[in-house]
Design a protein around this ligand. Structure first.
Ligand code: AMP
Ligand code: GLY
Length: 428
């Protein structure tokens, strides 16, 4: 099979790494890809936002399956464009991608189909949003204010008082901090509890649950400071037994898939449920319409089976049965970022130590590139999140030790990483 992966981050490098191992894969393209993939895939110089060119490339090169990494091209209709040309594609249609691209659409669906969700309201008018904040405060509830549209993972503002919530509403709606994405806001009850990322592959009917993972969104240790795209992840999550996954399937994943079909936009691809466990019960914080980043860098390495058949079955509507894929061993990914991220940062810093990890940590760690570029003389930084360094092991402790051993071999000017990825497990 000839495969085209769309995207250029750590998630896509992990997909390349995994699909490259499939005996069914004869040729792997990545558009536009990154410097870390050059030996594993043929890079195609088309931007992930260039829907028409990507779909034409897939058609003209007889691609058997297009696998879409990021949310933006899905929200812009890349999967529809491929299907119109008769190309198999792993990823939801534009209408189905609204589960991620419109938080109000997602919350309304959850309400209609009784999927456990925090109390919420969606508003086009700042005054009404603030009024709702007051009503929630009367019930003793704090709120989270969210831009309705896509904001690169940064559009949710967790607040502790009505005044803070008012400021967040103004930031979205008056200051337009998230552009048009914030013209509508969702205000919702702030829940408390550990978060969990569940990635499930679906063909619109059957659901296959991948090993659970946990992301670390804030920039600072102990989950402090502003949110980022994600600073690290591990999989599996020791507290999550198969019984919990069965409950998540029954109360969240199945009703969502059934609801989407009833709404006339059947969902295929990865259904990513960002959950919060409150008193042992899972609530949906958000849905994403794609693999998580950096969750993928920890989840795919613990999947022993070849996932290409599964992705193909999802694209064709041919998944045979509901199941849970067991984790084989453990993986922990530490994101190395440019100093200053998620604010402004410098690029072009030479990265040292990549060869050393490859030579000395074979089978114990793998480095996935995200914001890197090739220059004469070597690999340099070119983005906020630069590398995802994944440690592998038989159990959590081994994966943790291997990840940080590899991280310490790598250096670049201004490199920043959290030293506490997986702290919830280590505290136990
Ligand atoms: P989102 O963009 O919706 O994924 O939100 C980003 C982060 O904000 C989540 O990972 C949570 O840490 C936090 N968050 C979002 N919604 C809530 C909520 N209702 N209660 C508590 N925390 C939340
Ligand atoms: N790691 C969070 C996300 O992929 O949205």
């Amino acid at each position: 099979m000839k495969i085209l992966i769309v995207g250029s981050g750590g998630r896509e490098h992990t997909l390349v790494w995994k699909l490259k191992q499939s005996p069914l894969c004869t040729h792997l393209f990545c558009a536009p890809g990154n410097a870390g993939m050059e030996n594993q895939a043929e890079l195609v110089d088309i931007h992930a936002g260039d829907i028409d060119q990507l779909a034409s490339f897939a058609e003209n090169n007889a691609i058997d399956l297009v696998v879409v990494g990021p949310e933006a091209p899905l929200a812009e209709g890349l999967a529809d464009a491929c299907r119109e040309r008769g190309v198999n594609v792993f990823g939801p249609s534009q209408a189905a991608a609204r589960l991620e691209s419109s938080k109000s659409f997602a919350r309304q669906l959850m309400k209609k189909y009784d999927i456990p969700t925090p109390a919420f309201g969606s508003f086009d008018d700042p005054q009404e949003a603030k009024q709702f904040v007051r009503e929630m405060a009367k019930e003793g509830k704090q709120v989270v204010v969210k831009a309705d549209g896509l904001a690169a993972g940064k559009g949710a503002i967790v607040t502790s008082s009505p005044n803070e919530a008012d400021q967040a509403v103004d930031l979205c709606m008056k200051d337009k901090a998230f552009g048009d994405a914030g013209a509508r806001v969702v205000v919702e009850e702030r829940l408390r509890g550990p978060e969990l990322s569940i990635l499930a592959v679906t063909d619109g009917k059957k659901i296959v649950i991948l090993p659970p993972s946990q992301d670390h969104k804030p920039i600072g240790e102990g989950d402090t400071g502003p949110n980022t795209g994600g600073m690290g992840a591990y999989s599996p999550v020791p507290i999550v037994a198969d019984a919990v996954l069965d409950e998540i399937r029954r109360t969240i994943l199945e009703p969502t898939v059934i609801g989407m079909e009833k709404e006339g936009c059947p969902y295929t691809g990865v259904l990513y449920a960002g959950l919060m466990m409150c008193e042992q019960k899972p609530y949906v914080i958000e849905f994403n319409c794609r693999f998580g980043d950096p969750e993928t860098q920890a989840v795919l390495p613990v999947i022993a089976e070849d996932i290409l058949p599964l992705l193909m079955e999802a694209a064709r509507g041919e998944i045979k049965e509901n199941r849970i894929i067991p984790a084989s061993g453990s993986a922990l990914c530490v994101v190395m970022a440019s100093g200053g991220y998620p604010g402004s940062y410098e690029k072009g810093k030479p990265i040292a130590g990549l060869d050393q990890v490859e030579k000395q940590m074979q089978n114990r760690a793998v480095v996935f590139h995200a914001g890197t570029a090739k220059q004469e003389g070597g690999i340099v930084t070119s983005g906020g999140r630069v590398l995802g360094v994944t440690g592998l092991g038989r159990d959590f402790d081994e994966a943790y030790a291997n990840a940080y051993q590899a991280v310490e071999m790598i250096s670049f000017d201004g490199a920043y990483y959290r030293k506490d990825i997986g702290y919830r497990v280590r505290q136990k």
